[in-house]
Ligand binder design. Structure first.
Ligand SMILES: *[C@@H]1O[C@H](CO)[C@@H](O)[C@H](O)[C@H]1NC(C)=O
Ligand SMILES: *[C@@H]1O[C@H](CO)[C@@H](O)[C@H](O)[C@H]1NC(C)=O
Length: 387
């Protein structure tokens, strides 16, 4: 009978669908495969659109100086040094005569000398999200939003972590943090920009790198001008059942209602990126904190409530022994400005010169938000606070 055969077909489809789903999950217990899924580092367009020709992404000729630096564990990291447009304007003629492409020796480039020579040059070190390279998506637009303006002295340093873009190696959590720390060391030791004129900014996966990096520097007793976390997350195991690939495929949400299965899955995660813990450590160890946490309500990939968790962990770490949730909520409400439509800005000020700000926006999605004014504003405020 037709009906019976349809039911049979539907049954088999369902059966094999579920079998396929769980086989795929099982396959993900393989660390290498899992890292490919988390970092998506092979998905980039360096072969078609060379990041060594930044003009194709809308920059002025030689406004961007690509170069390599080496990490302590011998990976070669590809980086961009982006000049602020106002500074470029002053030196255009000389810059045009510079050789283009990846620098053989960055310290000989004019762009580098303009960064190192200027006593008031500021630097944003940018840690991008997963997939792609320094030149992909909204990233290039965001560098311009952050540094343009006729009087801006804000340079940008953007890197591709190991395994990404033109960098060598394969990504791991420890490796990415080593790359981030090496970028900051390069800025402070080679480019001679003091930490008080450096802002560390990360988006999405890059917020994990940022918290990992600033925790390391807090241990060394070094405070930065500011730290900006855009569209961040609390920890990968917590994010698993909430994350949607490209905003549309909530790949692990079917597991959500099964606590035991969820636990097995969480234990399988090789790179856990425990950002809330690291952020709390950073706040505790630092003498001076300017932390900006920004997320959009309409982020379809990582829910904005993840930034609530980051804020709570950071604010909690300003008190000895922590605050119980009821008291925290009351104190947070007192320092929150309602900006309408469920959006708000909370500013947590704690003794010992620690300011933590959370801004939840109505718009911006997951990546485009990088080009939105509140992100550039956070960096400006971080530099400004210096006085
Ligand atoms: C930068 O590093 C990459 C990867 O090792 C290499 O292919 C490239 O030639 C290097 N560029 C320069 C100018 O050294
Ligand atoms: C703050 O930390 C304490 C101690 O770990 C914990 O009991 C409390 O729930 C935390 N409060 C918030 C708001 O997360």
């Amino acid at each position: 009978m037709a009906l019976a055969s349809i039911i049979k077909k539907a049954y088999y489809t369902l059966f094999f669908g579920i079998l396929f789903y769980f086989s795929a999950l099982l396959a993900l217990t393989n660390p290498t495969l899992q890292r490919h899924v988390l970092y998506v580092h092979k998905l980039h367009s360096s072969a078609w659109f060379s990041p060594n020709e930044p003009e194709q992404f809308g920059f002025a000729k030689n406004q961007v100086q690509p170069f390599n630096f080496t990490t302590p564990d011998h990976e070669v990291i590809y980086a961009w040094h982006i000049l602020p447009l106002g500074l470029y304007a002053k030196h255009e003629t000389a810059l045009l005569q510079q050789p283009s492409g990846c620098a053989e020796d960055i310290t000989k480039s004019l762009a580098f000398q303009l960064l190192r020579g200027e006593p008031d040059s500021k630097l944003i070190i940018n840690f991008h999200g997963n997939a792609g390279n320094v030149a992909q998506g909204w990233r290039t637009d965001s560098y311009r939003t952050l540094s343009d303006g006729s009087t801006s002295n804000i340079h940008i340093l953007a890197i591709d972590y190991r395994g990404f873009g033109l960098s060598t190696g394969f990504p791991t959590e420890d490796g990415l943090i080593i790359d981030g720390v090496a970028a900051v060391d390069w800025a402070m030791q080679v480019a001679k920009v003091p930490a008080s004129r450096i802002v560390i900014l990360g988006q999405s996966l890059g917020t994990g790198v940022t918290t990992g990096v600033v925790e390391q520097f807090a241990k060394r007793g070094i405070d930065f001008a500011g730290v900006v976390l855009v569209a961040g997350f609390s920890a990968i195991p917590d994010l698993l059942t909430k994350y949607s690939i490209a905003g549309y495929i909530p790949i692990l949400s079917p597991i959500g209602p099964y606590p035991r299965l969820k636990k097995i899955l969480r234990d399988c995660v090789v790179d856990k990126w425990l950002s809330t813990e690291r952020l709390a450590n950073f706040v505790r160890l630092s003498k001076r904190v300017r932390l900006f946490i920004i997320h959009s309500k309409n982020d379809p990939e990582i829910p904005w409530t993840e930034s609530e968790a980051l804020f709570a962990a950071a604010a909690n770490a300003t008190t000895d022994g922590g605050m119980e949730v009821g008291l925290f909520n009351k104190m947070k409400a007192r320092s929150t400005i309602d900006t309408g439509d469920g959006t708000f800005i909370s500013t947590w000020k704690a003794g010992g010169d620690k300011i933590i700000r959370e801004e939840i926006l109505a718009y911006g999605h997951h990546s485009r938000i990088l080009t939105y004014a509140p992100v550039a504003l956070a960096a400006l405020k971080a530099f400004d606070f210096e006085g």
